[in-house]
Design a protein around this ligand. Structure first.
Ligand SMILES: NC(=O)c1ccc[n+]([C@@H]2O[C@H](COP(=O)([O-])OP(=O)(O)OC[C@H]3O[C@@H](n4cnc5c(N)ncnc54)[C@H](O)[C@@H]3O)[C@@H](O)[C@H]2O)c1
Ligand SMILES: NC(=O)c1ccc[n+]([C@@H]2O[C@H](COP(=O)([O-])OP(=O)(O)OC[C@H]3O[C@@H](n4cnc5c(N)ncnc54)[C@H](O)[C@@H]3O)[C@@H](O)[C@H]2O)c1
Lengths: 200, 200
C-alpha cells in the first residue's frame, strides 16, 4: 500500500522535474532531485522502487521518462473528472479555481440542495443531488469532493460510494465510514487554523 | 519541539472529551479516550506527558481539567485574532465561515490589492495591504492566513513577519522562507485533490 506521504513526495518530484526541464536539463541524478525536493538521494531511489522506476544504464534518469511515469501514477494521461457536493463557501472556491484545469482535472458538475445555487453565475453547472448518480455514470467519474455541513456528510458519502466513486476529498469535520475499496482524504481547515495558535 | 501530528491529536482529544461531557461523564481513563480517538491508551498518556498533564490520585482524569489544559495549549482562554491576506476564492471562503468564531478565533480583517474587494458585502472589513502593520499592532495579531497567488507569496510573508506575525497558514503552492521563530503550516489543495486520482 502506497502512503499519502509518498504520493505527496511524487507530486513534489514532478514540480522539481518540471523546473529542471525548464532550465534545459534532460537528465537528473537522484541526489540532484533529492536536494531540490529536500529529501535524501536514498529516499528518492526508495520511492522510485515502489513504482518500479529504474535509472538508465549509464546512470541517472531521463527526465521525460520520469515525468511520464509520474503521470501514470496519477492517471494524468486521460481526462480526470471530479464532482463537488455542497456548493457553499468551500465548494464555490474550488469550482472557481482555474488551476485544476491546467492539471487536467475537470470539475464536471456541482450539487446542492439549495435551488439558489443553480444559477448561471457559477463556473460549472449545479444540480440537485438527485442527479448525482446520472452524472457519475455519464462521465465515468471516480473522484468526488464533499463540502457539505457535518450533519449531511455521511449520507452524501453513502450516495457517492453506491454510485461508484472510489476516492473522496472531505472538508466536513467528521470521520466518514466507507468500504475497503474506497479512499477518503481529509482537509480539516479548522484544525489547520487552530494548531497555528499553539505557536503564538 | 511538539510536532504538528501531536497537536492534531490534542484537537481530536478535545472533540472526544466534549462528546463525553455531553453524555454526562465527568471522568475519563486513557483507554476510553484512546478508543474514542482511535489511538492506544499508551499514546494518550505519552501525549499528556509532553504537556505535563497528570492523572488524578484515584486513577483516570477529570474531564474539566483536561479541557482546560487543552485550551491552554491553544491559547483558547483569550481572544485569538487572525488576518487574511488575499481575499479571492479561498480568502472569502474562510472569511465567510462562522465556525471559527464559535471556536473563539476572530478574523479581524482581510487585505487585498484589488479595490473591488473593499466592498461592504464582505463579512469582515477589507483593506489595502499598506494597512497590514497598523492592524497587526492595533489588535496584537500573531497569526495570519496567506491566500494570494504564488508570485506574491514570499513578499506578503516578509511583510507579515516584519510586522510581528509568529504563525502562518499558507494556501499558495510554494515553500515560504521564514526565520526560526516563525512557523508555517501548509494547505496544498491541488495536491490533496491530485493524490485522490492515484486511488481511482
Ligand atoms: N469555509 C471554511 O473556511 C471552512 C472551515 C472549516 C471547516 N469547513 C467545513 O467545510 C464544509 C463546507 O463548509 P462551507 O463553509 O462551504 O459551508 P456552507 O454552509 O457555505 O456550504 C454548505 C453547502 O452544502 C449544501 N448542502 C447541505 N446539505 C446538503 C446535501 N445533503 N447535499 C448537497 N448539498 C448540501 C448547502 O446548501 C450549502 O450550500 C463544512 O462541513 C464546514 O464545517 C469550512
Ligand atoms: N481556490 C482553490 O480551490 C485553490 C486550489 C489550489 C490552490 N490554491 C492556491 O491558493 C491561493 C489562493 O487561491 P484563490 O483561488 O483564492 O486565488 P484568487 O486569485 O481567487 O485570489 C487571490 C487574491 O489575492 C490578491 N492579491 C494578489 N497579490 C496580492 C498581494 N501582494 N497582496 C494582497 N493581495 C494580493 C488578488 O487580488 C486576489 O483577490 C493561490 O496561491 C492558489 O494557487 C487555490
Amino acid at each position: 500500500m502506497i502512503s499519502h506521504k509518498i504520493l505527496k513526495r511524487f507530486l513534489l518530484y514532478r514540480i522539481c522535474l518540471n523546473k529542471f526541464q525548464r532550465l534545459g536539463f534532460t537528465k537528473v541524478f537522484s541526489y540532484n532531485l533529492g536536494e531540490e525536493a529536500g529529501v535524501t538521494a536514498e529516499q528518492v531511489r526508495k520511492d522510485f522502487s515502489c513504482f518500479g522506476i529504474k535509472g538508465s544504464k549509464r546512470g541517472g534518469y531521463e527526465i521525460e521518462y520520469l515525468l511520464q511515469e509520474i503521470n501514470n501514477i496519477f492517471r494524468q494521461n486521460g481526462e480526470r473528472y471530479v464532482i463537488i457536493v455542497g456548493m457553499g463557501n468551500i465548494g464555490q472556491a474550488l469550482a472557481n479555481y482555474q488551476g485544476f484545469r491546467e492539471n487536467k482535472i475537470i470539475t464536471v458538475a456541482g450539487f446542492d440542495l439549495d435551488p439558489s445555487k443553480y444559477t448561471r453565475k457559477n463556473v460549472i453547472p449545479v444540480y440537485h443531488p438527485d442527479k448525482i448518480e446520472e452524472i457519475i455514470r455519464e462521465y465515468g467519474v471516480k473522484a468526488a469532493i464533499i463540502a457539505v455541513p457535518e450533519a449531511a456528510g455521511q449520507e452524501v458519502c453513502d450516495k457517492l460510494v453506491s454510485s461508484g466513486i472510489l476516492a473522496i476529498l472531505n472538508f466536513s469535520p467528521m470521520i466518514l465510514h466507507v468500504p475497503e475499496h474506497v479512499t477518503v482524504n481529509y482537509v480539516n481547515l479548522r484544525n489547520e487554523l487552530e494548531s497555528l495558535f499553539y505557536y503564538t
